[in-house]
Design a protein around this ligand. Structure first.
Ligand SMILES: Cc1cc2nc3c(=O)[nH]c(=O)nc-3n(C[C@H](O)[C@H](O)[C@H](O)COP(=O)(O)O)c2cc1C
Length: 194
């Protein structure tokens, strides 16, 4: 698969088969992530993997609580119902889970680019995440980004060093669908922006 095809075919995936993700697939993704640009060459992306059901269950509970809060904010009843019908994660089904963090200990007094824009560290991690995602896609796998989480509770649930800032939980596996080659939110009529 060439680069442009991977960019076009990449999907945020919430529906997975039970097929395990070979470690050789993840090795290639980590190599792709490491080759992303980063502010001041800090290389701040840190990848924590989750593969036990008990931890996934705890993270799923954090998602459920935050998802309920998000639904409660929607006043339009039809829209609220549509929101509640969306599947916005595959935490329990995805064979592999991952938390990607920005490592703030990479910022030193002389680090280029972050003295004025500290957020550039997180942007750098997003570049790594996108490379990881494209590398998964090119190997026939995919992932889904879960941002509907309480970071404080996440840090209470599993050990994450203080200087790591989680940017999301990622559900990784073999996609069970490609949502008719379009974003799921479009396929399901939630939004029509692309
Ligand atoms: C920073 C970020 C956070 C996201 N969080 C969620 C999420 O919590 N749940 C979800 O279902 N999708 C989430 N998404 C996926 C987007 O909804 C998705 O990328 C968008 O609808 C376009 O679809 P596509 O990625 O398949 O092209 C997130 C995407 C990004 C970039």
């Amino acid at each position: 698969m060439d680069l442009f095809e991977a960019i076009i075919k990449r999907r945020d995936t919430r529906h997975f088969t039970s097929e395990e993700v070979p470690s050789s697939v993840i090795d290639i993704c980590l190599q792709a992530a490491k080759n992303a640009p980063s502010v001041g060459l800090t290389e701040p992306a840190r990848f924590l993997f989750v593969n036990d059901a008990a931890t996934k269950q705890k993270i799923h509970e954090i998602f459920e609580a935050e998802n309920q809060k998000a639904a409660d904010k929607i006043t339009d009843l039809a829209r609220k119902e549509a929101y509640n019908n969306l599947k916005l994660q595959g935490i329990m089904e995805a064979p592999l889970g991952m938390i990607v963090c920005s490592d703030y200990s990479t910022i030193k007094a002389d680090t280029i680019g972050v003295q004025t824009m500290a957020e550039a560290l997180d942007w750098s991690v997003c570049c790594s995440i996108q490379n990881f995602w494209l590398a998964l896609t090119s190997q026939g796998f995919s992932m889904g980004w879960v941002s509907i989480l309480d970071v404080k509770k996440l840090k209470e649930t599993i050990y994450i060093p203080d200087h790591y800032k989680p940017l999301g939980y990622f559900c990784i596996g073999r996609p069970a669908t490609n949502y008719n080659n379009m974003p799921m939110l479009k396929q399901q009529g939630w939004t029509n922006t692309r």
